[in-house]
Structure formats: structure tokens, C-alpha cells
Ligand binder design. Structure first.
Ligand SMILES: *Cc1c(COP(=O)(O)O)cnc(C)c1O
Length: 391
């Protein structure tokens, strides 16, 4: 069983026996419905009328001027909920409905995936429970409030450090006891099979649209596609549209945090070693004894000690390249896009822009880049204010 859902040496199905029937039921349902005409029609309509797809591809002229090459932004920040997370939440929520499940559960760290799930729970009239570490609940009170407004119950997780890793453990534990009526709506392209495949499928709309928009608007493919990487869902979504275009460089940017050397980061692919967490084998931030690190960065949405298995495979096979952006450079990128374009990017998405700014001297002026603007930064203004008080 653990050999299912492999990406080279990575991925798999490392879960307790009791969870295997639930994951198999999910796998069967996904492969039954994901190309079903009725399912795809319903999902396409939700994407269009509820979420606001297709999201525009926007030429950021004044941002391009400061880096010295052409940067187009894939505007996932304009979707309902303010980020790409709605794509996956709609897809899995609809799958839950087709499976006859009446309840949703989800984990959340920064609260963005919890909020996306709470929105979809309200939309489909499903009872929704969000597992969230107590430390995160304190740090992300606005999102907690919004989830409750949507009618979701937020369950505080006390164990461990009271953060995302602990919330996932508790959500999995709860699921084992409630599989008959409950769907676990997982938030990123990681975790046990079949989640990496499911999340990639529902996020692949980003890459499919972006590729076609490049052909329509620019008349050619980009030279480079860049996206931030937490668990890896927005990046895998946009990368997947360009896999077969070997001339397009795919670049993932992780949270380098305050310091790579002191381990104060969330740079899993850049700094991690292979291990197993949350049901999958992947690069993992851990010490010599295999103890998982607490991640640290300016953007809570990238703070995950592991990463999706397909990214590990893309790194090893060199189809994609991965870099880490430091907090200071991320804040510079946040300010630059806001000042030059009037677009406030999420701190997560600012990592992709930070890569472009810090590597601009190595990128030739005739280069065309598509950067995935995974979300808007309204949620981050008070964090930025702490680091960069306004005069
Ligand atoms: C959650 C989030 C991310 C990180 O998640 P991935 O699964 O790596 O995409 C990135 N950007 C935004 C705006 C987010 O909310």
C-alpha cells in the first residue's frame, strides 16, 4: 500500500491501518468523478461564478522596470477569499458532496485554508470543523473570526507547539473515528496518497489558464515560471501547465526566514533531509534524531516542515529548481509591488517576487517571467507594519 502514489522515492501512504479504508474510498471516488461530465460542469461553473476564474494574467510594467525584464502576474489574489486556496476547497468540497458526505473537517495554520473550507462548508450547507493549533488561534484571530462567521466550529489543538503540524495530527485522528459521514478537506499538495494528486488536479487550472493566456497575450510561452512553496499547491498548480515545455524554467521559492544557517526558516527543499511526516515521504526539516523542527518565517502560510512529494521529485530530477528567500528580501518585494503597481501581495507570494528582485542581475533583459501571485496581502498589513513601521 505504501508504494501507491509515488513520485520517485517520495510520497506514499504511511498511515495507521485504520485510515487506509478512508483513503482508498477517497481515491476511488476521485478517479470516479474527476473527469465525470456532470462533476466537471458543476466545478467549472463554481470556478467561474463563485470563485471568479479565469484569473487575469497581468503585465506588471512598473515592477518589471525595477527588475529589468518582463514580469507577468497570474492574479490568484483576485479570487474569492483572496487566494488560490478556493480552487482546492471547491474541488474537494464538491467531491465530498458527490461522495454523499455531510461533514467537512480541515486543518489550518495561518487560517487561510481553514477559511476557504469554512466558506465552502457554508456554500454546500455542510457542518464544518476546523482544527487549529492554540498558538495559531491566538496569532490569527481575524481568520478565526471569519471562519466562525461562516458557521464553522474552530477546534483548538493543545498538543505539541499548538501549530499546523499538531492540527494535522488531530484532524487525521478525528477522521479515523468519523470516516462514514466526514470528508477530510486537506489544504495542500502534500500528505498521504491520494491528496497530492487530488490537490494538484484542482489547482492545475492555474497552469492551464496561464499557459493559454501567455500564448494569447504575449504570443509565446514564458522563459520562467516562479511560485512560492509552502506545502506546494499553488506552485504545483502552475508548474503542471508547463511540465512538457522543457524550455520553460520552473522555480519554486521557499521561506528562508530570518536565517538559513541557524535553522530559523521553513526552507524544506533547500535545507531538509528525507523523512516521513503526515503520511508521506518527503524532504523534511528535522534534527539528527529525526525530531521535526518548528519552522519560522515572516509568512505563516509557508511555515510547514515538510513539502509535497512531487516537488521533491522535481528537485531531484532537476525539472524544477528551488531557492529560499529571506524575510528582509520578502518585505522589500512586498513594498516594491505595492508601491509600483498598487497591488498588495500576500507575504507568501512576495517570496516569488523576492527571488526575481534578488536574482535580477542573473536574468537577461529579454526574459519573460510569469510569477504566480497566489494571494492578496490584506491579511498581512499588520505584520508588515511591525517590521516596517510607516512614517
Ligand atoms: C497557503 C498559502 C500559500 C502556501 O501554500 P501552498 O500549498 O504552498 O501553495 C501560498 N500563498 C498563499 C496566498 C497562501 O494562502
Amino acid at each position: 500500500m505504501k508504494y501507491k502514489g509515488r513520485y520517485g522515492n517520495y510520497g506514499g501512504f504511511y498511515v495507521p491501518e485504520v485510515l487506509i479504508p478512508a483513503l482508498e474510498e477517497l481515491e476511488n471516488a476521485f478517479y470516479k468523478f474527476y473527469e465525470d461530465p456532470q462533476f466537471t460542469k458543476e466545478l467549472d461553473e463554481l470556478f467561474k461564478y463563485y470563485a471568479g476564474r479565469p484569473s487575469p494574467l497581468y503585465f506588471a510594467k512598473r515592477f518589471s522596470e525595477i527588475v529589468g525584464f518582463k514580469v507577468y502576474l497570474k492574479r490568484e489574489d483576485l479570487l474569492h477569499g483572496g487566494a488560490h486556496k478556493v480552487n482546492n476547497a471547491l474541488g474537494q468540497g464538491l467531491l465530498a458532496k458527490y461522495m454523499g458526505k455531510t461533514k467537512l473537517i480541515a486543518e489550518t495554520g495561518a487560517g487561510q485554508h481553514g477559511l476557504a473550507t469554512a466558506m465552502i462548508g457554508a456554500l454546500f450547507g455542510m457542518e464544518t470543523k476546523i482544527f487549529m493549533g492554540v498558538t495559531d488561534i491566538e496569532r490569527q484571530s481575524v481568520n478565526v473570526h471569519k471562519m466562525k462567521l461562516c458557521g464553522a466550529q474552530v477546534i483548538g489543538v493543545e498538543g505539541g507547539t499548538g501549530t499546523l503540524k499538531d492540527a494535522i495530527n488531530d484532524a487525521l485522528r478525528y477522521w479515523t473515528a468519523h470516516v462514514s459521514d466526514t470528508f477530510y478537506l486537506f489544504g495542500t499538495a502534500a500528505g498521504p496518497h491520494p491528496y497530492p494528486a487530488i490537490v494538484k488536479h484542482f489547482q492545475s487550472c492555474i497552469g492551464i489558464e496561464a499557459r493559454q493566456q501567455c500564448l494569447d497575450q504575449i504570443g509565446r510561452l514564458p522563459d520562467m515560471v516562479v511560485a512560492c512553496v509552502g506545502g506546494g499547491s499553488n506552485a504545483i498548480g502552475i508548474f503542471s501547465g508547463f511540465y512538457d515545455d522543457k524550455e520553460v524554467r520552473l522555480i519554486g521559492v521557499e521561506a528562508g526566514g530570518r536565517s538559513l544557517a541557524e535553522g530559523k526558516n521553513a526552507a524544506t527543499l533547500t535545507e531538509g533531509k528525507i523523512g516521513v511526516l503526515h503520511g508521506a515521504k518527503a524532504y523534511l526539516l528535522q534534527d539528527k534524531e529525526g525530531q521535526v523542527f518548528d519552522t519560522e518565517s515572516v509568512s505563516a502560510g509557508l511555515d510547514y516542515a515538510s513539502v509535497g512529494p512531487e516537488h521533491c521529485y522535481l528537485k531531484d530530477t532537476k525539472r524544477a529548481e528551488y531557492f529560499a528567500a529571506q524575510d528582509e528580501d520578502v518585505l522589500n518585494a512586498f513594498e516594491a509591488l505595492t508601491k509600483r503597481e498598487g497591488i498588495i501581495p500576500a507575504l507568501e507570494s512576495s517570496h516569488a517576487l523576492a527571488f526575481l528582485m534578488t536574482h535580477k542581475n542573473e536574468i537577461s533583459p529579454d526574459t519573460i517571467v510569469v510569477a504566480n501571485l497566489s494571494g492578496r496581502g490584506d491579511k498581512d498589513v499588520s505584520i508588515v507594519e511591525k517590521y516596517r513601521p510607516l512614517k
